[in-house]
Design a protein around this ligand. Sequence first.
Ligand code: PHE
Length: 341
Amino acid sequence: MDEQIKAMQAEIEAAAASITDSKEMYLLRKQYLDNKTGKISALMKNMRDLPPEERPAFGKVVNVLKGWALDFFTEQDARLKAIELAQKNAAEQIDVTMPASKHLCGALHPQTLIANELIDIFAGMGFTIFEGPEIENDYYNFTALNTPQDHPARDMQDTFYVSEEFLLRTQTSAGQIRVMENAQPPIKILSPGKVFRSDDDATHSPMFSQMEGLVVDKGITLCDLQGMLDVFAQNIFGENVKTRLRPSYFPFTEPSVEVDVSCFACGGKGCRLCKDTGWIEVLGAGMVNRHVLENCGVDPDVYTGFAFGMGIERIAMLKYGIPNIKMLFESDVRVLEQFRG
Ligand code: PHE
């Protein structure tokens, strides 16, 4: 009897000696201790075959074996799990003093930065956004803007025609007509978008972007325009910047003005940026011509309005000191990475 027990202990110890994995040890444990199929449980069942007087002694011995086996496997399990944890920790060790790997991340294009800034400034003054189509017909781009066929002002902008009737818009002013045709004053819209002209040098590109503004209501005057332009100029170029209106001509505004800002580089004393004049031209504007209001069904005896239009690339070039408009279209990372915030 005792031999049988000793043999089973030895058998368990021998089998366990070659096991290095806690899962395998668990399987070995089951082979002996599983309630239904375990070899030690089987010994208990064998008790039925013994004469009744031998059963208590046998039961005791098997219980001792069972107790020993339970302790043995608990110990083995703890030992192997400790080794496994140590191995896992060693494998996962990280060196917190290693230099971090660099993740290059993108940034907004200077053109987008300026457009967003402009939209923020004008949205703050109550303007809402209107986006017109890039392909326009002659009526919206010229005729309704008081520039009929054969009007000399058509030569101010060299136009790309798509067909007899359709063209690539030369100015976001076309959107003024679309807005006023569809809404009665008060109107206060900002219209950003691409425009196209056959023009190409260091400061002009056949495709560029404009930001148009239009305000129409009762009692709007040129003073309202200048007040709003001051807010725009001070936000974009700096607190101390002043604006100046110079007489100009656009067929769709009367009077028309060119808007200058005092040079933010030299404070108006005169420098290379302002070509020693102290002033920098930034946009065209004026009071909406009464013919334009009439063309859109807005009564010019009741309502007045102002409009302005600026080149977004021009503002970006001035603000960031970009010498050539092409730099805004080339996507050269050496230029763009200077705008990473
Ligand atoms: N559309 C004009 C241009 O492209 C700018 C402008 C807009 C002038 C609105 C006056 C009023 O040059």
